[in-house]
Write a protein that binds this ligand. Structure first.
Ligand code: CTP
Ligand code: MG
Length: 705
C-alpha cells in the first residue's frame, strides 16, 4: 500500500478524497468562480429548474397518512396523554422528497416508564422495520422504516426545541429562492452522501442553516435576520431557558440574482472564503460569530491527522455551526474525521466542476446506487405466466396461513409465560416477609450454635477429667473436712504422713468440686441454649412451610409452575424466555406483512391482466363501432399508490390508473432484488464518510463582517 509522504494518506484514501488530496499535495490555487460566464449560469439555471420540477415532495401524502396512523397508534397505547407533532422538512417546506419523517412524541402528564421499549413493541406489531432505539441521546429517539411507504421515521421524545426551530426555518422558507436554494443544497448533499449526522457527516438541518446564513450574507440580502428586533419568547426546557422568539413578517428582498448564481456563491463562500478556524455560522446573529467570542476554538487533532492515524484524539468545533435557539449546541459536534474529509473533498469537487462548466446533473452524480422507484409495480410479473403466478399465490397463501398460526401459538405461549411470571412475582412478593423472617432467624442461629458448641466442649472437657458426680465429691469433702477438724484422740493421734495425705486429698476434692460446679453451670446453660436453638429451628421450619404453602397455591393455580423454585433467579429465567418469545413474534409479524404485501401485488396483477384480456376482446368486437382510446381513469393517483404500496386490494379502475400513470412513487420493498439493492446502497453510504480544516491552506478567505 503506497502512502503519500506529504499527507500520510494511503492509496485508498487518496482515491476516496481525490480533489482534496490533489489540493493538499499540489498546493494549487482553488478554482476562481468569478470568471464564470453568464451563459453557463443560465444553463445551470435551466438544469436546476429541471431538477426542481422532478424532486417535488412525492411522499407528502404518505407522510401525512403515516403521521395520522402513528398518532392514532400512540393514542391507543398511551391514551390522550400522548401528543404527536411533526417537525423537520415535512413542515418547513424544505423537503426534497428523500428525507425522513420527523415526529415528536410528548406527554401532557407524566412520561410513561420504559416508553421507548413500549413504542418499539408497538412498531414491531405494526410490521415496521429496522427499529433502533437510541435512549441515551440528549433527545431519546426511536428510528425505523415503514415498509409500506418506504419512509424512514424518527420519533423523538419531547423534542420541543426542534418544533420551534422548524417554525423558524419555515418562516425563512417563505422566500421562494431561498427555499429552492435549500432544496438544491440538500439535493447535492444527499446525492453526494454528506447529509447524514448518524454517519458522522452534517445533518440536513445543518446544511439548511449554512444556506440561510449565505442568504443573509449575499448583497443585497436574500433573507433577513428573523431573530433580531423581535419580542422574546422564553421556553424552559431540560432545565434551561431558550428564547424561541422570531419575526415571521414578510421580507421584501431587493436581491434579483438567479438561483444558479446564488448556488455558485454558496459553494464559493463555504469552499474557499469561509474561515472555519475563526468563524461560526450563526443565523441568529445574521452573520458569522467569532470562534473566540463563543469560546468555540477548534481543539483536538485535524481530521487529516485522525484519518492518517497520527492522532486519535477527539475533535471539537471542526465546522462550527450554531443552533439558532440552543446557542451552546454546535451542529458539527457529530462530524467525525472521515466525514469532515468528505465534506471538504465535495466542496473542492463542486467548485472545480463549476469552474469547468459541468452540468448540475454531473455535479450531483450519486455516490451510491440511487434507489430509483420502479416505473412499474408489476415489472417482474409481465413476463411470468398466469399459471406460475397462480402457483406462487397458492404457496404464498399457504405460507401466510402457517405464519399466522405460528404467531397465534407464539402469542399464546408468551401470554402463558407472562402469566407464570406474574404469578411467580406475586409469590415472591407474598413470601418476602417470610424470607426476611428466615434471614433474621438464620442470623440469630449462627452465633447460638457456636455458643452451644462452646458450652458442650467446656462441660465434656471437665467431665472427662472428673468422673465422680458433684454430690459424691461434696460428701467426700465433708467427710475429710470432719476428719481433719475433729478433736484429736491423743491415744490414737494420726501420724504426720496420714495428716498430710488427708489435707492434699481435701484440696484436690475442693478443686474437683469447683470444676464440677463449672461443668454443671455449663451444662445448664447448654440445656437452655439448646432449647432456644430448637425453638429457632421450629420457627425456621414454619417459614419453610409458609413458603411451601405459597408455592403449592401457585402450582394449584397453574400446574406449569410445578418444580419451579420461588426465587429471583427463576423470575429472571422467565423474563428471558418472554423476551425471546417476543423476538420470534416480531420476526413472524415482519414475515406476515411481507407475505401480505406480495399476495396483494400478485392478486392485483391477476385482476388487472384479466381485465386487460376482457378489454382486448371487447375492443376487437367493437373495433368498428369506436376507435377512441379509453379515457384515463378519474382517480387520485397518490391515493392509489398509497394503497398499492400497502398491499391493499385495488379496484380495476385504480389499477388501470396505476399502470397508465407509469411510475409508482410510494412502493415499499417489492422484491428481494430491491432489498438487496438497498443493502448495497446503505453499505456504500456508510462506507462513504466525511473534513474541513485542510481548506485553510487555500488562500482567499472571507473575513467576518
Ligand atoms: N434538528 C435539531 N437539531 C439537530 C438536527 C435536527 O433540532 N441537530 C431538528 C430540526 O428541527 C430539523 C429537524 O430536526 O428541522 C429535522 O432534521 P433533519 O432531518 O436533519 O432535517 P430535514 O429538514 O427534515 O431534512 P430531510 O428532508 O433530509 O429529512
Ligand atoms: Mg428530516
Amino acid at each position: 500500500m503506497s502512502v503519500c509522504s506529504t499527507t500520510g494518506l494511503s492509496r485508498t484514501q487518496q482515491e476516496r478524497w481525490p480533489y482534496l488530496y490533489k489540493h493538499l499535495i499540489e498546493d494549487i490555487d482553488v478554482p476562481d468562480l468569478s470568471s464564470i460566464t453568464e451563459a453557463y449560469i443560465s444553463s445551470l439555471d435551466g438544469d436546476l429548474k429541471k431538477v426542481i420540477k422532478k424532486i417535488g415532495d412525492a411522499k407528502a401524502k404518505s407522510r401525512e397518512s403515516l403521521t395520522n396512523h402513528l398518532t392514532s397508534l400512540m393514542f391507543r397505547r398511551f391514551g390522550k396523554n400522548a401528543m404527536i407533532e411533526a417537525f423537520g422538512s415535512s413542515v418547513t417546506n424544505l423537503s426534497i422528497g428523500t428525507g425522513d419523517l420527523d415526529l415528536c412524541l410528548s406527554f401532557k402528564n407524566k412520561t410513561p416508564r420504559k416508553v421507548l421499549r413500549k413504542i418499539s413493541g408497538l412498531l414491531h406489531e405494526e410490521g415496521m422495520e429496522n427499529i433502533q432505539l437510541i435512549p441515551k441521546a440528549r433527545i431519546p429517539i426511536v428510528k425505523f422504516k415503514d415498509p409500506r411507504s418506504g419512509l424512514d421515521v424518527d420519533i423523538s421524545l419531547d423534542n420541543r426545541l426542534a418544533i420551534y426551530n422548524s417554525h423558524l426555518l419555515k418562516s425563512y422558507a417563505q422566500e421562494d429562492r431561498l427555499r429552492r436554494l435549500v432544496h438544491m443544497v440538500k439535493y447535492w448533499a444527499s446525492r453526494r452522501g454528506i447529509n447524514n449526522a448518524f454517519d458522522g457527516s452534517l445533518s440536513s438541518y445543518a446544511w439548511t442553516l449554512l444556506t440561510i446564513q449565505h442568504a443573509q450574507l449575499v448583497q443585497p440580502a436574500l433573507a433577513p435576520n428573523r431573530q433580531e428586533n423581535c419580542p422574546s419568547k422564553p421556553l424552559s426546557f431540560q432545565g434551561k431557558t431558550f428564547d424561541v422568539g422570531f419575526n415571521d413578517d414578510d421580507f421584501k428582498t431587493e436581491n434579483t440574482q438567479s438561483l444558479a448564481s446564488l448556488l455558485i456563491s454558496f459553494f464559493d463562500r463555504y469552499a474557499t472564503r469561509w474561515d472555519w478556524e475563526s468563524m461560526v455560522v450563526s443565523i441568529r446573529n445574521g452573520k458569522a460569530h467569532s470562534t473566540k467570542s463563543k469560546k468555540w476554538n477548534h481543539t483536538g487533532p485535524l481530521p487529516l491527522e485522525v484519518v492518517t492515524g497520527v492522532d486519535d484524539g477527539r475533535m471539537e468545533h471542526v465546522m462550527p455551526i450554531e443552533d439558532p435557539f440552543d446557542h451552546e449546541h454546535d451542529l458539527s459536534r457529530v462530524v467525525r474525521a472521515e466525514g469532515a474529509m468528505s465534506i471538504q473533498d465535495e466542496f473542492m469537487r463542486v467548485i472545480t466542476m463549476l469552474s469547468e462548466g459541468k452540468s448540475w446533473h454531473d455535479i450531483c452524480e450519486p455516490v451510491f446506487e440511487i434507489d430509483e422507484e420502479p416505473d412499474d409495480l408489476f415489472h417482474d410479473l409481465r413476463s411470468t405466466s398466469k399459471d406460475e403466478i397462480a402457483t406462487r399465490l397458492e404457496n404464498l397463501r399457504a405460507n401466510l396461513v402457517e405464519v399466522e398460526g405460528q404467531i397465534r401459538d407464539l402469542v399464546g405461549e408468551r401470554q402463558n409465560s407472562k402469566e407464570l411470571l406474574d404469578l411467580l412475582r406475586g409469590g415472591l412478593r407474598e413470601t418476602r416477609n417470610v424470607k426476611s423472617d428466615r434471614q433474621q432467624i438464620l442470623s440469630e442461629l449462627r452465633p447460638l450454635s457456636m455458643k452451644v458448641q462452646e458450652l458442650r466442649e467446656v462441660r465434656d472437657g471437665i467431665n472427662q477429667r472428673i468422673a465422680i458426680p458433684t454430690k459424691r465429691i461434696h460428701e467426700e469433702m465433708v467427710r475429710i473436712f470432719e476428719k481433719l477438724t475433729s478433736e484429736v484422740d491423743v491415744f490414737n493421734a494420726p501420724n504426720l504422713g496420714v495428716e498430710k495425705g488427708d489435707f492434699a486429698y481435701f484440696f484436690e476434692l475442693q478443686a474437683m468440686y469447683e470444676a464440677s460446679l463449672k461443668s454443671n453451670e455449663a451444662h445448664q446453660e447448654f440445656i437452655r441454649l439448646r432449647r432456644e436453638q430448637n425453638e429457632e429451628y421450629r420457627a425456621l421450619k414454619k417459614t419453610k412451610k409458609q413458603e411451601e404453602d405459597v408455592l403449592t397455591k401457585l402450582v394449584e393455580s397453574n400446574p406449569a409452575l410445578e418444580g419451579v423454585h420461588l426465587n429471583p433467579k427463576s423470575v429472571k429465567e422467565f423474563q428471558k424466555n418472554a423476551k425471546l418469545l417476543q423476538r420470534s413474534i416480531n420476526e413472524q409479524y415482519s414475515s406476515k406483512h411481507e407475505l401480505r404485501r406480495e399476495i396483494g401485488r400478485l392478486e392485483a396483477w391477476q385482476r388487472i391482466s384479466s381485465k386487460r384480456n376482457q378489454n382486448r376482446g371487447q375492443r376487437s368486437s367493437n373495433r368498428d363501432s369506436t376507435r377512441r382510446r379509453p379515457r384515463a381513469p378519474d382517480v387520485n393517483i397518490n391515493e392509489v399508490r398509497q394503497k398499492a404500496s400497502s398491499g391493499d386490494a385495488l379496484s380495476l379502475t385504480e389499477l388501470d390508473a396505476l399502470l397508465s400513470k407509469g411510475g409508482i412513487a410510494s412502493i415499499g420493498n417489492v422484491s428481494n432484488e430491491k432489498s438487496q439493492q438497498k443493502q448495497r446502497q446503505s453499505k456504500k453510504r456508510s462506507s462513504h464518510k466525511i473534513d474541513i480544516r485542510q481548506g485553510r491552506r487555500r488562500g482567499r478567505k472571507e473575513t467576518r463582517k
